[in-house]
Design a protein around this ligand. Sequence first.
Ligand code: URA
Length: 233
Amino acid sequence: MRLDRFLRERGYGSRKEIQDNIRKGKVSVDSEIVKDPEFRVPEGAEVCFGGQPAEKSRYICYLLNKPSGCVTARTDENHPVVMDLIPSDVPDLAPVGRLDKDTEGVLLITNDGELAHRLLSPKYHVPKKYYAECRSPFPEEAKTLLENPMVFQDFTTEGAVFEKLTDSSAYLTVTEGKFHQVKRMFLKIGCEVTYLRRESFAGLTPEGLAPGEYRKLSEEETTALRKASGLEE
Ligand code: URA
């Protein structure tokens, strides 16, 4: 693997930052300074950045089962925020997108900004599955209406999947992550959402976590997320 890619996969910055640092002589391979970003790293070689072994990923990702009543933000003057629930001193941690204050369920929190961006981008089709309860029964044509492109002022939906559970509760899977998207989609078919929970995000579920609890994703899970969003081969 190329040296710049090797460092990128371990979280040492953007491609450009890494290439600059390599050219500045900050990187060694088996104790030799290497200034060529395209240098092929031999299998098992020891790569050091700033004198420290670049062994493990510097990225970290938490999965929080967000409880209702807390705001998806770093700080808020009037309400508890999701970041209060993760006692971590890792710098640059931020939620991946937003869940409304009254929405529960899977919320990822990471210091990997590029991953966060891609997980939310419609371009990578990362599925987000929601469980919704509505005030009134779904109309007969609910499935057709929700699964076909729905036009809103700021975006058009694509590839949603509606799975009816009862007259007024269902799963809805979407690949975008627009503001109040699920509530707006249901409202468009005449149904006001009274309860919303995100059941899964990119296949990750809150299984085993009570609302308010979190866990750190394993390195394998983080790598799988990076692969799903095209950041790693
Ligand atoms: N869609 C919504 O309407 N609200 C959320 O919290 C998440 C998705």
